[in-house]
Design a protein around this ligand. Structure first.
Ligand code: THU
Length: 158
């Protein structure tokens, strides 16, 4: 028997001004997308913005439904929209912001397991790391790849 451990690398920014212009633009798009959130049941509004390899930004927001499983998270709304509209174009990064009643949490709200699994699939077919940027009021976290937030990922290659 051996004991093993894994380490996660990520960056913490204390303001959007510290970020490079492309990432800042993506964060601003996620904050814009949050405004389109339809979340009358949870009142937790989430916005996402996905950067494609051609530079395009695809926004998404959570869309809820009275029959709750029929709703969808912001991240998957953005990824599925991109997959449907721009098939074959690699997904390179996604910025996400969430909070109650259109606010931002002090520390970033992190993507649910289902969204991470969908990110894993698109990262795999994109053949490049998908960076994940999580926006909070006090801190912004940037992970270089989906692997950092979903280690031991299950993919069809497995
Ligand atoms: N939500 C997201 O949009 N993304 C996540 O990763 C976690 C949760 C949404 C789903 C639901 O509309 C609301 O936030 C409360 O769970």
């Amino acid at each position: 028997m051996v004991n093993k451990s894994i380490e996660i690398q990520y960056q913490v920014f204390y303001s959007l001004d510290e970020m490079d212009p492309a990432d800042r633009e993506l964060c601003e798009a996620a904050m814009q997308a949050q405004k389109t959130s339809y979340a009358p049941y949870s009142r937790f509004n989430v916005g996402a913005a996905l950067r494609l390899a051609d530079g395009r930004i695809v926004p998404g927001s959570n869309q809820e439904n009275a029959a709750s499983p029929s709703g969808l998270c912001a991240e998957r709304t953005a990824m599925f929209a991109a997959g449907a509209q721009y098939p074959g174009v690699a997904m390179v990064s996604i910025a996400i912001v969430g909070g109650p009643d259109q606010s931002q949490c002090n520390f970033p709200a992190t993507p649910c397991g289902s969204c991470r699994q969908v990110m894993a699939e698109y990262q795999k077919i994109s053949k490049r790391p998908m960076s994940i940027i999580l926006i909070g009021k006090k801190e912004i976290w940037k992970f270089p790849s989906l692997d950092a937030i979903l280690p031991f990922t299950f993919t069809s290659l497995d």
